[in-house]
Design a protein around this ligand. Structure first.
Ligand code: CDP
Length: 216
């Protein structure tokens, strides 16, 4: 295993941006694990399947092709909701696990963002960040992002989505969203993207120095 950076946190906390920028800085590939769950949810709903049917959702997870992760449909508001519904099924999570574990094993390192990376997928990750922000700030960021993509939606609807998704992600029995005991908490509520990235970079530098893997 190379140097793994696990970036977990709730919806619209800024973890995706931070993960991408860390990957660019160190030259590591970046996996947005949320896209896997989004891909399963969208695949299942397009085939008319029932999101509560664990067997159907697992079949969709096993059939998922990496190329599907590029589909713009996966970036929509609806796909986020579908993702959090299929993500509660333990067999779906298991079906998506190997792909993520193999990604984490890439040399010289990898960045993965999600909900359970530091806890379940890569518990031995050398650097673990848990990115938080208040629900209001997250709703504001997500509203700007989705309206920028052309979606018609109100701030209040997005805030309700985020609160519902937080509850579902934290409350599920299998791999709930939680901060790993050895993860560093980074609250980005009051930070610009630059400030958040800078703080994240310092956390990773500390972890690299500790693991004897100095920045190259
Ligand atoms: O971009 P955003 O944070 O809104 O969502 P995402 O990271 O694309 O994740 C969408 C949904 O997938 C989450 O609400 C979770 O229910 C689920 N997910 C998960 O269960 N485990 C992961 N490692 C990543 C996402």
């Amino acid at each position: 295993m190379g140097f793994v950076i696990a970036v977990d946190g709730p919806a619209a906390s800024g973890k995706g941006t931070i993960a991408n920028r860390l990957g660019a800085l160190y030259g590591y590939p970046v996996l947005d694990s949320g896209l896997l769950y989004r891909g399963v949810g969208v695949r299942l709903s397009e085939s008319g399947g029932d999101l509560d049917d664990a067997a159907a959702a697992t079949a969709a997870a096993m059939a998922l092709e990496p190329a599907e992760l590029e589909r713009p449909q996966l970036r929509t508001r609806a796909a986020g909701e579908l993702a959090s519904r299929v993500a509660i099924h333990p067999a779906v999570r298991l079906a998506l696990r190997d792909f993520q574990v193999q990604f984490a094993a890439r040399e010289p390192g990898a960045v993965i963002d999600g909900r359970d990376i530091g806890t379940v997928i890569a518990p031995a990750a050398q650097a673990k960040l848990y990115i938080a922000a208040s629900a209001k700030v997250r709703a504001d960021r997500r509203w700007k992002q989705l309206t920028g993509q052309g979606e018609t939606v109100t701030y209040e609807e997005i805030l309700a989505d985020i609160l519902r998704r937080d509850e579902r992600d934290c409350g599920r029995a299998e791999s709930p969203m939680t901060q790993a005991s050895d993860a560093v908490l980074l609250d980005t509520s009051e930070m610009t993207i630059e400030q958040a990235f800078d703080a994240a970079r310092r956390i990773v530098e500390t972890a690299r120095a500790r693991s004897g893997n100095l920045p190259g």
